[in-house]
Design a protein around this ligand. Structure first.
Ligand code: CA2
Length: 146
């Protein structure tokens, strides 16, 4: 069975280091441990990766088309302007669920718009780290329905 992939974009390696009022106290390591615990509970193989580089994220999305059954993607600030990541998602058939830890709609106006969401299966916003589990669960359901 193909694995699920969790991709975190720029600055998400800073989780738990700064801005705990916005993103909470948990670190990226804590998030990845939570995801591995979900993987064990549900009997799935899940790989987590993080990059601060747009091209690296694009390469991983392309690669996942062959190797993954679904992607959970938090594109970080690329959400709001990266047509290149949007085009990469549009070029693959693997389903992608977009996640944002914070409620982007209650924050600065530039965070209200996602150029990514039109090419994703869905978007989860503002539910903290729990949003990643919800997105993984959704991907498992999408596959069941197909
Ligand atoms: O809410 C989210 O998950 C975001 O995708 C996080 C991005 C932000 O640019 C998006 O608008 C919403 C930022 C990544 C995390 O940045 C941090 C900065 C300082 C400390 C911790 C994280």
């Amino acid at each position: 069975m193909k694995q699920l992939l969790v991709l975190n974009g720029p600055n998400l390696n800073r989780l738990g280091v700064r801005e705990p009022d916005v993103y909470g106290n948990a670190t990226l390591k804590d998030l990845e441990a939570m995801i591995q615990s979900f993987a064990e509970r549900t009997g799935n193989k899940i790989e987590c990766r993080q990059s601060n580089h747009e091209g690296v994220l694009i390469d991983w999305i392309h690669e996942a088309d062959k190797t993954a059954r679904g992607i959970v993607l938090n594109p970080g600030a690329f959400t709001h302007y990266s047509y290149a990541i949007r085009d990469a998602i549009a070029s693959v058939s693997v389903p992608v669920v977009e996640v944002h830890i914070s409620n982007v709609h209650t924050r600065e106006p530039f965070r209200h718009h996602s150029v990514i969401s039109p090419v994703t299966s869905g978007q989860i916003v503002g539910l903290g780290l729990h949003g990643y589990e919800l997105a993984l669960q959704a991907l498992l359901e999408i596959k069941k329905e197909e």
